[in-house]
Design a protein around this ligand. Structure first.
Ligand SMILES: Cc1cc2nc3c(=O)[nH]c(=O)nc-3n(C[C@H](O)[C@H](O)[C@H](O)COP(=O)(O)O)c2cc1C
Ligand SMILES: [Mn+2]
Length: 447
């Protein structure tokens, strides 16, 4: 959906997204007339909700919209395994270089940056951040919120994952870490940035695989070939993470709660380049836009991981009710007793935020939450089927955690035993189901 009506990026766009979400609607939204951070009309249009429904992600992976369930995570897994080298293009062929602002010309207040939630401390950029490993030159891409501190200064939050490790390596060398914030690209660029791959995997190659074609790169304005940036982005913000920290937050998080203010590194912005008529892409944190974007790649990665020890794994679902982070529903074609728990054990270490795994049999669709909970209700004895692992590495934002980044994990094996009889599911004879049709008995009003 698209509108020409003028709107302010402080809360107003989020309010519309909330209204739609309450109606269970999640269309892509485009705002053509948005204020910048000085209240003037911005030349940037705002695009949001790109990931707010799985069918849009299915289409991004060249599937049909109806293939949004397991097919989408399987396709993502397949593409993760087929990495494609990026190609370098000339600056003249790079749309992101149509407008170039360097040094004193940089002014982040020109952008229509959203303030999402009431207690958010600042307007926040939320897109992908890329950096090159200071030792190997391999690229990483991950999502990071970045608050606008001034016309050329950002604050960012890094959980102790890959970008943080790069930052530590740069600090050891006594250098700042050059980074770029990539605003607006093919949705596969962002899905690829969430792939669960090891730190030494070049994520520009991973993103190429998810895109199904080489990612086109161009040297950055300030760091040249030391920091290659995507040539087809709408906007690239170049900068460097300083060895200097300040308060960052609070921020409305993916958990649905405000995350606390923390002492976080500051980024000096050195250049902004963008297309003519650019779209400013926003990802709404704490809502399906963020949950689904992070969820699909986790389903794919964990499916591949569980398959190594439980070959009969049928599918993995990170449901929205668990913020697509804390809960995984895994269905397996169980062959021997104990396999349900093995599936849970295999899944848990793969992502720090994953807390509770419910393993179900193959007659339960992990995308049908009602049936998953039915299996929980009817196939589980707590003393036999629940395993609790205390104090493992956890996410940094779980509001219930009592120790920072440490948390308890739980595996619920909701599969039936195979070595002893178990109650039979009720059914109506299939022959009668096929023969007796609703429309032969009732007027269904055209439905
Ligand atoms: C919309 C969105 C916003 C995110 N914001 C942050 C953030 O501010 N800080 C952070 O450390 N991780 C954030 N994440 C999570 C990381 O992007 C994610 O864990 C990623 O896989 C880490 O990549 P890595 O394995 O290369 O370190 C965000 C994820 C999404 C989808
Ligand atoms: Mn990584």
């Amino acid at each position: 959906m698209e509108t020409d009506r003028r709107i302010d990026p402080k809360f107003e766009i989020t309010a519309l997204q909330r209204h739609l979400e309450k109606e269970n609607k999640s269309p892509l939204l485009i705002f053509n007339k948005v204020n910048n951070l000085r209240g003037e009309l911005s030349p940037f249009k705002v695009l949001t909700n790109l990931f707010a429904s799985r069918d849009k992600c299915a289409v991004a992976l060249d599937l049909d919209a109806e293939q949004w369930r397991m097919e989408t995570s399987f396709e993502f897994a397949k593409r993760t395994g087929k990495q494609i080298d990026p190609v370098i293009v000339d600056k003249k062929e790079a749309p992101v270089k149509e407008v170039i602002k360097v040094g004193d010309e940089v002014d982040l207040y020109d952008l229509p940056v959203l303030t999402h939630h009431e207690m958010d401390g600042y307007p926040y950029l939320v897109d992908a951040v890329i950096a090159a490993d200071p030792e190997t030159g391999e690229y990483n891409s991950s999502h990071h919120r970045m608050l606008i501190r001034g016309k050329d200064e950002l604050g960012l939050w890094m959980s102790p994952r890959h970008l943080w490790n790069y930052y530590m390596k740069a600090k050891e060398k006594g250098e700042n870490l050059p980074i770029a914030h990539i605003i607006g690209h093919h949705p596969s660029f962002y899905l690829g940035s969430e792939a669960l791959v090891s730190e030494d995997t070049d994520e520009y190659r991973v993103i190429g695989g998810i895109l199904g074609e080489p990612l086109r790169l161009v040297p950055s304005e300030v760091y040249g070939e030391k920091l290659m940036v995507p040539a087809d982005a709408e906007i690239v913000i170049e900068g460097e993470i300083l060895d200097y920290r300040d308060a960052e937050g609070p921020f409305g998080e993916f958990t649905g709660y405000y995350g606390p203010q923390r002492w976080s590194p500051v980024v000096k912005v050195t250049a902004i380049t963008y297309r003519k008529n650019p779209y400013y892409m926003n990802i709404l944190v704490g809502h399906p836009d963020t949950s689904i974007l992070g969820g699909i790649p986790k389903e794919a990665g964990i499916y591949e991981e569980v398959k190594k020890s439980v070959p009969g794994v049928q599918g993995v679902h990170f449901p929205i009710s668990g913020c697509c982070r804390f809960h995984a529903y895994i269905s397996i074609d169980k062959k021997v007793d104990g396999e349900g728990k093995v599936a849970g054990v295999a899944a848990l270490p793969y992502h720090d935020e994953l807390k509770h795994v419910i393993v179900v049999d193959k007659d339960i669709d992990p995308f049908d939450e009602k049936m998953v909970l039915w299996a929980l209700a009817t196939r589980v004895q707590a003393t036999e089927d629940v395993e609790i692992l205390e104090k493992l590495r956890g996410g940094t934002l779980d509001p219930s955690a009592t120790i920072h980044a440490v948390g308890d994990k739980m595996i619920i094996d909701a599969t039936r035993p195979v070595s002893r009889p178990f109650a039979q599911r009720i059914n109506v004879p299939q022959e009668v189901m096929n023969r007796i049709k609703l429309e032969d008995y009732f007027d269904l009003g055209g439905k």
